[in-house]
Design a protein around this ligand. Sequence first.
Ligand SMILES: NC(=O)c1ccc[n+]([C@@H]2O[C@H](COP(=O)([O-])OP(=O)(O)OC[C@H]3O[C@@H](n4cnc5c(N)ncnc54)[C@H](OP(=O)(O)O)[C@@H]3O)[C@@H](O)[C@H]2O)c1
Length: 345
Amino acid sequence: MKTGFAKVGEVELECPVQSPDLDPTEHLWDELERRMERLVGVGVGPLAVGAVGLLLLLRMIHRAKRKQVLQDKVVVITGASSGLGKECARVFHAAGARLILCGRDQKRLQEVVEELRVKTDGNTKTYTPCTVTFDLSDTATVAKAAVEILKCHGHVDVLVNNAGISYRGSILDTHVSVQKDVMDTNYFGPVALTQAILPYMVERGAGHIVVISSVQGKIAIPYRSAYAASKHATQAYFDCLRAEVERFGLHVSVISPGYIRTNLSLNAVTGDGSKYGVMDKTTAAGRDPVDVAHAVLKAVTYRQKDVLLVGPLPALAVYLRTLWPAAFFRVMASRAKKEKGIKEQ
Ligand SMILES: NC(=O)c1ccc[n+]([C@@H]2O[C@H](COP(=O)([O-])OP(=O)(O)OC[C@H]3O[C@@H](n4cnc5c(N)ncnc54)[C@H](OP(=O)(O)O)[C@@H]3O)[C@@H](O)[C@H]2O)c1
């Protein structure tokens, strides 16, 4: 018997070739079978079976843990009408949580409710969500909204402070009122909502508060002053909160993602308060919001305190800011010069 080379896809294997009119892949499969037998002979087969078994076991443990933490629990999600909030609504609903969805637009929230109403997930008991409509930037109405939220099921187990807006502009061209508006939505709104619900969690000795911050809560990049400042304040407030409420049995998670593929840049405001209205390339190429929503679910399931969801370069920048600030400032100044150059062209 002659031997030759046969190719399946990108894999090229040496195998016996009997005759040109016979299907060469038949011999390829024989060869693969022989190789597998050899691997089983040296113990790789049982190892592979063991690894798959272990993975299945871990998956079962994870599902049981998720069920224990989230089945029937009351979960409030702000900014549930779009982007990450909408995906969080989907994954927490599928995990069996009783949802209270918040936003400014009742019609869009109702569309999410309609989608989730008909969804059932295998063995998990699911519930039709409630909605509460309010504007987070109006802190006076947030306390009233908290009363409405508490009326839905009598208590809150998990509060996901997700709603937010972004900003694009140079500090020189930005009205102080815009700096304040972004701060109201991204910082004072979540603070007011958290403080309105917190006493009820303390009283029950149970509760988990999540806030969706950003990697810009850890590092400040040029032309994002209002946004980065609001997220830095968010990180600081919720770090303090975590330390203060641990003794009551409460948990706090700060989630800091990099770019996510949502409408955040489209909805961003500029220095004069007008809508930016551009889908930035960085946002369009960002993480899938489904993956980020699963990371939020995981943070609640395993009570993770601080989750940074970024690639290696932004992660390096976070460490550089702490360990070698001078280098970080140099990189940011050159980035600012480059971006300004692009805008002036
Ligand atoms: N996308 C990213 O690249 C990225 C990266 C890191 C962190 N994040 C954070 O992720 C969170 C979710 O943003 P997203 O990316 O999903 O953006 P999005 O698609 O624009 O969603 C923002 C949500 O916030 C709500 N919202 C905005 N202003 C509000 C206000 N004044 N009162 C009440 N609700 C308000 C919006 O609801 P209505 O308009 O219906 O009221 C909407 O549901 C934000 O905190 C954002 O900072 C996003």
